[in-house]
Design a protein around this ligand. Structure first.
Ligand code: ARG
Length: 271
């Protein structure tokens, strides 16, 4: 069963500018944001059969909706044999640092071992660290720092491959890279530096490059379920390559969250 953590957008808003998508002059419509989030929740649960746990929204933390940034999750306390881990994020911006106690408390009370990285090392969780097979692909430069990769590898016991991100609009790895299965991933090549592109092409057998217009609609910020990939609207050219690999494309309008630099995947954290 696919399980995710989401947080309703009760206090969502554009209250600061910490990435190139956020403009205080381009405010989100909260009523519309609520409808869009609700539709994403409905598609994931009712339509696609995923189970979604909810974190209680907190006033004054407008980006708490982006649960992908809470931390890196490995194992499930209900089904897994070993200990389930939650490697808690250390946010770059003070505007988001207040989210950490709420995420930690949720994981603590749901049976996860909560682990912290050493001091002074920025790490933004599943926004920048994505498993593909036995490897964790980890982005750095705009948000997470490369120092977090070694520690993440030590804690999880996985190989971590570092990828340098080149374009500030694709500031988290999950805005430009999306594993579909053990050997397939979507990516937007110009978002990576030359060496990162080499690492990707040498380690992922089936790399699907998304078009520039779709990349700018955050096509790579997709929620992947068996046979289905959920993205923002405007990514229709993904339907064909996905169909060739056995996936149906399901688009949900997420315009209000795009104003914050986030889309479908950012609004979920896989448990
Ligand atoms: N406004 C949020 C920020 O800049 C958006 C986070 C999007 N999350 C993600 N996993 N890409 O931090």
């Amino acid at each position: 069963m696919d399980k995710f953590l989401m947080c309703p957008p009760d206090y969502f808003g554009i209250e600061y500018e910490i990435n190139p998508w956020m403009r205080l002059s381009n405010q989100a419509d909260l009523t519309l944001a609520r409808k869009q989030w609700q539709e994403l929740y409905r598609v994931l649960t009712t339509e696609l059969g995923a189970s979604v746990e909810l974190l209680k929204p907190v006033k004054g933390l407008p980006d708490l909706v982006f649960t992908a940034n809470a931390g890196y999750v490995q194992g499930d306390p209900v089904s897994s044999t070993g200990q389930a881990l939650f490697v808690s994020s250390s946010f770059k911006h003070k505007e988001r640092q207040g989210e950490t106690p709420f995420f930690d408390a949720w994981f603590q009370s749901h049976g996860y071992q909560v682990r912290k990285l050493g001091p002074d090392c920025i790490f933004e969780g599943a926004g920048d660290a994505l498993p593909l097979g036995e490897t964790i692909f980890a982005g750095y430069r705009h948000r997470s720092e490369i120092c977090s990769h070694q520690e993440l590898g030590d804690i999880t016991g996985r190989r971590v491959l570092s990828l340098e991100l080149a374009d500030p609009r694709f500031y988290h790895l999950d805005t430009c890279f999306c594993p579909l299965d053990d050997k397939t991933a979507l990516y937007f090549p110009p978002a990576f530096d030359t060496y990162a592109r080499k690492v990707l092409s040498e380690s992922v057998p089936d790399l699907v490059a998304v078009s520039e217009p779709s990349a700018h609609r955050f096509a790579c910020n997709a929620v992947v379920l068996p046979g289905n990939v959920v993205t923002n609207t405007g990514c229709a050219d993904l339907a064909k390559p996905l169909a060739e690999r056995g996936y149906n494309l399901r688009m949900v309008e997420l315009s209000e969250f795009m104003k914050s630099g986030g889309s479908a995947k950012c609004l979920t954290l896989r448990l």
